[in-house]
Design a protein around this ligand. Structure first.
Ligand code: GLN
Length: 436
């Protein structure tokens, strides 16, 4: 028995013993068989991801696995194909260990709306892990895999990365193929890595990114490299006053301490102001409802699963009903078109802020994760996303690295970059992590 089979078996045992509910579906026999096959595969041995054990969010198709989106709607849906990102992981020597828990259809920021029950935060077990990629972040944080995939529509990679104390990265829109991802809102969705450190985030992004003929929004990008010291000199970091002001004082203090790391590197830190922060959430949610409503029309129960409206949870139903209402023809000028206009303005003003700036740094979630079972209103839950949706509205890249903790609860520092400056942002994350 070689080291890959051994490592997989260790992970499988640990998963069995763990009580955090990070995984929804694992096919033990298949995983062990694939590990054995991998060990014999001479061709894959030199590939960058060889022997890495990867967990996958339950809304990304993996051939012969249960892709439930953590919903009763798809509780019996066994996928007949691999998403592009999964094909790329397998072709580079990675091994998929299983499917992780998540908010139902990725609608949420806490991990509590799953049909399969809530995931616990491994670093603070009475608290939520964040969402919607709750299981992926928790699995990385609890060392139940080497790395994981999540999806991010309005913060779903970055929010749980921050709460669970791991690294998360949302690539710029178009860097990673969405083929095989179950849409939440297709003009925002991106697949990205959740990892134990920033170098691994760069590695996994390199493997999954690139143009894909089955997703026409994808572009070609050169291989992302780890930059050397000289290339990391004299960078300029922007701090947006309003992003700091909306955040809990204790979180702000941690982030300010993190910003000192950039000053100690002799980088310039500049204060900026963004006037449109109040527009971000209404614009994001309106577009989200409309696009989600349209995406869910395929879940009618005719060929597979159940009709979504008959079995889904409260938050998913809320979005479908509101989305249906505002999608009516007579309302299009009133809501959707105006949201698209607002989105363009939000983007234009955001890109102006980046003049002469390499990255904008901020907290990730303005509040600490709440206790499991605590009741929040939908508005309170949506407010968690105020610092993460701007990147999705503007097609920007954004990553999260750990920046200390508050009584054991991790706090993540968010680093945002201009569209297609993913390589730079990943390198800033690496530099931060190694100097923190
Ligand atoms: N919390 C946000 C929402 O519910 C983001 C979800 C996500 O990024 N998938 O829409």
């Amino acid at each position: 028995m070689g080291y890959i089979v051994e490592k997989v078996q260790e992970y499988l045992e640990k998963i069995e013993e763990s009580n955090i509910n990070a995984y929804i579906y694992i096919d033990r026999e298949r995983v062990i068989k694939e590990a054995e096959k991998l060990e014999k595969d001479e061709r894959l041995k030199r590939r960058p991801l060889y022997g890495k054990i990867v967990a996958v969010k339950s809304n990304i198709n993996v051939n012969q696995y249960l892709i439930s989106c953590a919903s009763k709607t798809l509780e019996n849906y066994i996928s007949p194909y691999d998403a592009t990102v999964i094909r790329r992981i397998k072709s580079q020597g990675g091994l998929i260990i299983g499917m992780t828990n998540m908010d139902e259809f990725a609608c949420g920021s806490s991990g509590e709306t799953s049909y399969y029950g809530v995931t616990k935060n491994p670093k603070a077990q009475d608290r939520i892990p964040g969402g919607s990629s709750s299981g992926s972040a928790a699995a990385v944080s609890a060392d139940l895999c080497d790395m994981a995939l999540g999806s991010d529509t309005g913060g779903s990679i970055r929010n749980p990365a921050s709460h669970c104390g791991v690294v998360g990265f949302k690539p710029s829109y178009g860097v990673v193929s969405r083929q095989g991802l179950c849409d939440l809102a297709m003009s925002f969705d991106q697949i990205g890595p959740l990892t134990k450190n920033a170098r691994d985030a760069l590695l996994l992004t390199n493997v999954i990114k690139g143009r894909d003929i089955s997703d026409s929004t994808t572009v070609d990008t050169q291989e992302f490299k780890v930059w050397d010291r000289d290339e990391m000199k004299n960078l300029r970091i922007g701090i947006v006053k309003e992003f700091m002001e909306v955040s809990d004082k204790r979180i702000r203090e941690r982030i300010e301490r993190g910003i000192q790391v950039f000053r100690d590197l002799n980088w310039e830190v500049v204060e900026l102001s963004y006037k449109y922060i109040d527009l971000a959430l209404p614009t994001y949610y309106l577009i989200n409802y409309v696009e989600f409503f349209s995406a869910t029309r395929r879940y009618d129960g005719r060929r597979y699963g159940y009709p979504i409206e008959e079995v889904c949870g409260e938050e998913v139903l809320r979005r479908i009903l509101i989305g249906k209402h505002i999608s009516k023809k007579e309302y299009s000028g009133r809501y959707y078109k105006r949201a698209l206009q607002a989105r363009r303005m939000i983007k234009r003003e955001m890109l102006k802020l980046f003049k002469g700036i390499d990255a904008i740094v901020s907290p990730t979630v303005p509040k600490l994760p709440h206790r499991i079972g605590e009741k929040l209103t939908p508005m309170e839950m949506y407010a968690y996303d105020v610092l993460t949706v701007p990147a999705n509205l503007c097609g920007m890249c954004a990553g999260v690295v750990r920046c200390g903790d508050i009584k054991g609860i991790p706090v993540g520092l968010q680093v945002m970059g201009k569209p297609f400056e993913d390589e730079k942002i990943l390198n800033i994350m690496i530099e931060f992590e190694e100097n923190f």
